[in-house]
Design a protein around this ligand. Structure first.
Ligand code: C2E
Ligand code: MG
Ligand code: MG
Length: 452
């Protein structure tokens, strides 16, 4: 007999796949929840069953041989009880399977398996679709009372939350890695001074004059070479290491730029942009961290721009609003990074009143591709300018892009065309490009574009 299907089965399967948990290895936290369910309900067996297209797969289970006659991690979908939980989206109580037409002939009941009673509660994913069930099984007939069903439901919700965490880790590319080991290695790297800050100039597009630099962290790994932030920031973010790491970047970069401003006359007005992570914003004393970096370096607050991405602002709380206001009160500017890529760009413009927006490089890369792409970029620029923001374009790689951006009214940008991010020592020799256009009769534009 075929198992029933959920009314939105296609979407449900896509949602399940996005968790990337099918066929994964043992999971100690899930095992503990399954054991808790069996214990709390006095059942010899319990399982987290995920309902795939043609099978149910047990992400965790206890006591299976006692009721199924085997310890395999999966059974065909059509014989599974859990398919009925998923189809109905409700807890399913089968006090006596031999007396239930839907299950009496199932091999789990009448075959090698000796399941006599079953109770399952749906695991509802964040898309609102059931992924499977948390269930308890017994070889004896058994009816659960209301309180027991509530326990099962609560545990099922906890399992669903755990799966959600697994999905978040998988999305961040961390699922297959040993996050703990990686964060220990990163901690050791920080302690061994292996982190370095590189700087990418922000230029005035019309003249090529350097007006600021963005600090971008790298890890000079002893075996793996120079690692970009994407290789270690997700681990730093999930372990919380990004807080001390970000504090260090801020101090280091403020000190560096303050030195350049003092030592290189042309760079006297150079500004510094530093990226802040969501985790840092969640710290109650983030403004003190910023104030400290400014005080230690002597960099004036007006010379600092804090860049925030929508990802780091997403779902942010009142606490973050307060933190940002305190940072702003120091006299520091706020900039919305990767502008246009998040779903809530407009909401953030309204909420945070950033002084600057950075048009994401995907829009710059698409310039000239089609009328539609150009119009999209232009709309973002107009929105930023219309709100009185300083607009910076990111990822400029070609001269035509400079022309197109200038025509749209963008005055500032950064990208490989001008310079890749470079070490402080490397950049030092080029700082004369921060000289205002025309001073000493030397047009700063000369040789600026394209010559790193
Ligand atoms: P972002 O803040 O948007 O930084 C710009 C990124 O674009 C940098 O990547 C830069 O190297 C790259 N880029 C610059 N010009 C071009 C170009 O012309 N073409 C292309 N294809 N790419 C260009 P990077 O250094 O890998 O940094 C990636 C992201 O990591 C940054 O994006 C930022 O969000 C984050 N990040 C970097 N340093 C820090 C840090 O100290 N703290 C925090 N919280 N995040 C950081
Ligand atoms: Mg940035
Ligand atoms: Mg960006």
């Amino acid at each position: 007999m075929a198992a029933p299907r959920h009314p939105r089965e296609g979407e449900r399967l896509a949602s399940l796949r996005s968790y990337q948990v099918l066929d994964g290895g043992p999971d100690a936290a899930l095992d503990a929840l399954v054991a808790a369910a069996a214990r709390a309900l006095g059942a010899p067996a319990a399982a987290v069953s995920l309902l795939d297209e043609h099978r149910q797969w047990f992400a965790a289970a206890t006591g299976l041989p006692a009721v199924l006659g085997h310890d395999e991690r999966q059974t065909p979908r059509d014989v599974s009880f859990c398919a009925h939980v998923v189809a109905g989206g409700q807890p399913l109580l089968v006090p006596d399977a031999t007396a239930d037409d839907r299950f009496a002939a199932s091999p789990l009941v009448a075959g090698p398996g000796r399941v006599r009673s079953y109770a399952g509660a749906p695991l509802v994913g964040r898309d609102g679709l059931p992924l499977g069930a948390l269930c308890v099984m017994d070889t004896e007939p058994r009816a659960l009372d209301e309180a027991a069903v509530r326990v099962l439901r609560d545990l099922a919700d906890t399992v669903a939350e755990l799966l959600e965490l697994r999905r978040a880790d998988a999305t961040a590319g961390l699922a297959s890695r040993d996050v703990l080991a990686e964060s220990r290695a990163l901690r050791a790297g920080i302690d061994a001074d292996q982190l370095v800050v590189h700087y990418q100039p922000v230029v005035e597009l019309a003249s090529g004059r350097w007006i600021g630099v963005e600090a971008l962290v790298r890890w000079q790994h002893p075996e793996r070479g120079l690692l970009p932030p994407a290789a270690f920031l997700p681990v730093a973010e999930s372990s919380g290491l990004v807080v001390p790491l970000g504090r260090w970047v801020l101090r280091e970069a403020c000190a560096q730029v303050a030195r350049w401003r003092a030592e290189v006359p042309e760079a006297a007005d150079l500004y510094l942009a530093v990226n802040l992570s969501g985790r840092q914003l969640g710290e109650a004393d983030v403004h003190e961290t910023v104030a400290e970096a400014l005080a230690l370096s002597g960099l004036p607050p007006q010379a600092l721009i804090v860049e925030l991405t929508e990802t780091c602002l997403a779902g942010s709380s009142e606490q973050v609003d307060v933190a940002l206001q305190r940072v702003r009160d120091l006299g520091v500017h706020l900039s919305l990074d990767d502008f246009g890529t998040g779903w809530a760009s407009f909401a953030y413009l309204q909420r945070f009143h950033p002084g600057a927006v950075k048009i994401d490089r995907c829009f710059v890369a698409a310039l000239g591709r089609s009328e539609r792409d150009d119009r999209l970029a232009r709309s973002l620029v107009e929105l930023g300018l219309g709100l009185g923001c300083h607009v910076v374009a990111e990822g400029i790689e070609r001269r035509e892009q400079v022309q197109a951006l200038l025509a749209m009214g963008v005055r500032h940008g950064q990208g490989y065309l001008f310079s890749t991010p470079r070490s402080a020592e490397d950049l030092r020799g080029s700082l004369h490009r921060a000289r205002p256009a025309g001073r000493d009769g030397a047009p700063a534009a000369r040789g600026a574009a394209g010559a790193p």
